[in-house]
Ligand binder design. Sequence first.
Ligand SMILES: [Zn+2]
Length: 497
Amino acid sequence: MRLVIAQMKHETNTFSPVPTPLARFAHGAPAPLEGGAVREAFKGTGTAIGAFIELADQAGAEAVYPVAGNAAPSGPVETSAYESMAGRIVEAVARGCDAVLLDLHGAMVTQGHDDGEGELLGRIRKVAPDVPIGVALDMHTNLFPAMGTLATAIAGYQTYPHVDMYETGVRAARPILSLLKKQKRPQMAFGHRPMLPHVMRQSSLDAPNKGIQERARQMEREGALAATSFVGFPHADIPYAGSSAVVVTDGDAAKARALCDELLDMAWSAREQFVYRAEPLAASLRRARDLGGAGGPVVLLDHYDNCASGGTMDTMAVLGAILDAGLDGVAAFAVCDPQSVEQMKRAGVGARVTLPLGGKTEMPALRLKGRPREVTGNVRRIVNGLYRNEGPMARGELADMGAAAVLDTGKAEIAVISRHVEPHDIAAFRTLGIEPQNKRYVMLKSRVHWRAGLGPLARAVVECAGEGVCTSDYSQLQFRRVRRPVYPLDPETRPSV
Ligand SMILES: [Zn+2]
């Protein structure tokens, strides 16, 4: 048995000014991993491709690894990057294989294609019309019909924070391996509802998504091969942004259709609960001050500038407000500002520096200029920024914040980094010598994933509306291409009272 196993992951925020060249998929190397290096990097990790590798081993299969690339969310993928990765995958399939297992994101937009994943599957189908294709997807998939039509079996994460990447790989691969052994006949149904669930309301730890994901898992316990409800990624101005579902059964197309529709109806009827309303920043800071005290940190979420949703990770509105409010005992992760890191490196540990911190990136889609903030402090530490995730999210995977430094103002320890990394793992802080549990306040540029590794530390959470391309104020974003009408943008989609 010969398997082609590959990873090509990117969540595209079409409003983000952050470029997405091939190097972004390669964590600092010039090009993403290929061949035996993929196996070496991912075997034993809590990722979908890690699961593919283990299942291939168990099946005694010969596996080839044309590419493994995973870029932090940003603007549309550069055409040359897409062609390089997709080209390698299609070439490997064209050389002949019994099945293809793909670890994709599901919300990839390229400079040339709204549907990066569907385009890839279309190219694979041209060289291998009948080869079984199993696809693992992120819960933030924006599912175009091409993917649902061309894949043999799809499974998406059932958790947000995403702590079931490995399990999702198993759910995507098993139907394919069973098909090869002629034990199962995967039948897939997919569909959509015209709604854009807000990311701040998508966590599977809370209603309404909690109940929807529980129902999907129940469907699998009752015999479905894979049942997935996608919340979608709303910061993408493409026709199929938003809610969808896909269910795979063993040989029963009608059952797959009925279960898929049930998941879609659950999401649609809960659409009002997926709406998020932000409070003004000044009110958030007042609450934070009132909450401050002993017993563990208050988490301040700078959720408009989450790099794991395409944020530039360098807007200073929330951190500036924290400094202006004089909050004490603060740790902040992070301001992505390679220039400031360089300045701090040149000054050296212990030096006192004044920096124009952050605000280096313009955001034309929001008609916003970058606005640095002058900050003075001591350079507390300088590191190379490589660390291994402790988990539970992406456990064991190597993460890279690039060259990084800690700027200590006396009241706030600010992580300044060179590569986009969302703080979802305690190791991000420990690499910088910061123990967040000892702080009164922890500012995170994150929306939901922080809860994976840092949630248990938080005594309270204050969501802070700052500035950035993950804005909750949709009136700042010009949706031109998303299919209409769509909830909550259009009044006719609102539930009747
Ligand atoms: Zn996601």
